[in-house]
Design a protein around this ligand. Structure first.
Ligand code: GLU
Ligand code: ZN
Length: 288
């Protein structure tokens, strides 16, 4: 399999130094291996995605000196693929419909007998309120969130736990085979949402289907997504898709040690460009 990496930004704001590091690393790793570097626009959040951000992303990446293959995959073009996968998972009994509000979840998770609510990759670990409803048959409902029954899924595809090959996870140096015990995935990740009502999909489902469709062999992304990888490996097994290698890189922090988020526009690459920085300056700033 050709060594293939990708950069998968969401067009919901300007690219900042953290994105620059992620994109440069994925690009340079592919070049060093004489492989392929792909781009994917993760625009399933129709409320927040904007075409002008997408244009700005292409512009910043080209300015950084990165080159990627055409055509660029766009998640909004793939809703039918996501729906087909949901119908399959639904029919096979891995999903259930959930109508809980955020408040319902917080209240159920904060009930005195539950102890302090645990947080996982998507926030509070779902307390399981709707799990009993296993109304399968027919296509997957579109008027509710669809959650993965993680205990059932893990029992089927990862009874010994979830593993993947990791080449990053700096600076902790967690390189080699990562192994997460089955009960840890059930307790600390839990029944994540695979389809949000307003999106008809989720980050987790889309990213797994897209990485497979793009033949990505090495997923290069921030350490903040390390915990979500267990979800992705479970989904890959349930859907019969290959599990790529993962390279979770260090996060770029601001001067106060806080990790950069989309809203930190002060760190937008665009602003450094306007101040006369060169692509080499950006590389030096992020240590790439
Ligand atoms: N779209 C995600 C983000 O911008 C990246 C997802 C990934 O690399 O798996 O945070
Ligand atoms: Zn629910």
């Amino acid at each position: 399999m050709t060594f293939t990496t990708r950069f998968a930004p969401s067009p919901t704001g300007p690219l900042h130094l953290g994105h620059a590091y992620s994109a440069i690393l994925a690009h340079d790793m592919a070049r060093a291996a004489d492989g392929r570097f792909l781009l994917r626009i993760e625009d399933i959040d129709r409320q927040r995605a904007r075409p002008e951000w997408e244009t700005a992303i292409f512009d910043d990446l080209a300015w950084l000196g990165l080159r990627w293959e055409a055509p660029v995959m766009r998640q909004s073009d793939r809703l039918a693929v996501y729906r087909a996968a949901l119908d399959r998972l639904w029919t096979e009994g891995w999903l259930y419909a959930c109508t809980c509000t955020r408040r319902d979840i917080l209240e159920a998770a904060s009930a005195p007998q539950e102890g302090a609510p645990l947080t996982g990759p998507d926030g509070i670990v779902y307390p399981g309120t709707c799990r009993g409803r296993r109304d399968t048959g027919g296509p997957a409902p579109t008027d509710a969130a669809l959650r993965l029954d993680m205990a059932r899924a893990v029992a089927k595809v990862a009874p010994e736990g979830v593993s993947w090959h990791e080449t990053g996870a700096e600076p902790d140096g967690e390189t080699g085979t990562v192994h997460i015990p089955p009960q840890t995935v059930i307790d600390r990740v839990g029944d994540v949402v695979l389809s949000r009502r307003e999106m008809g999909t989720s980050y987790h489902l889309s990213v797994v289907l897209d990485d497979a469709a793009q033949d990505v062999s090495h997923v290069v992304r921030g350490r903040d997504l390390f915990e979500a990888t267990a979800i992705h490996v479970v989904l890959q097994s349930l859907l019969g898709l290959p599990t790529p290698s993962f390279h979770h890189h260090r996060l770029i922090r601001d001067d106060h040690g806080k990790r950069l988020a989309k809203r930190d526009d002060a760190r937008a690459i665009r602003l450094y460009r306007d101040e006369g920085a060169s692509p080499q300056d950006i590389r030096a700033m992020v240590g790439a």
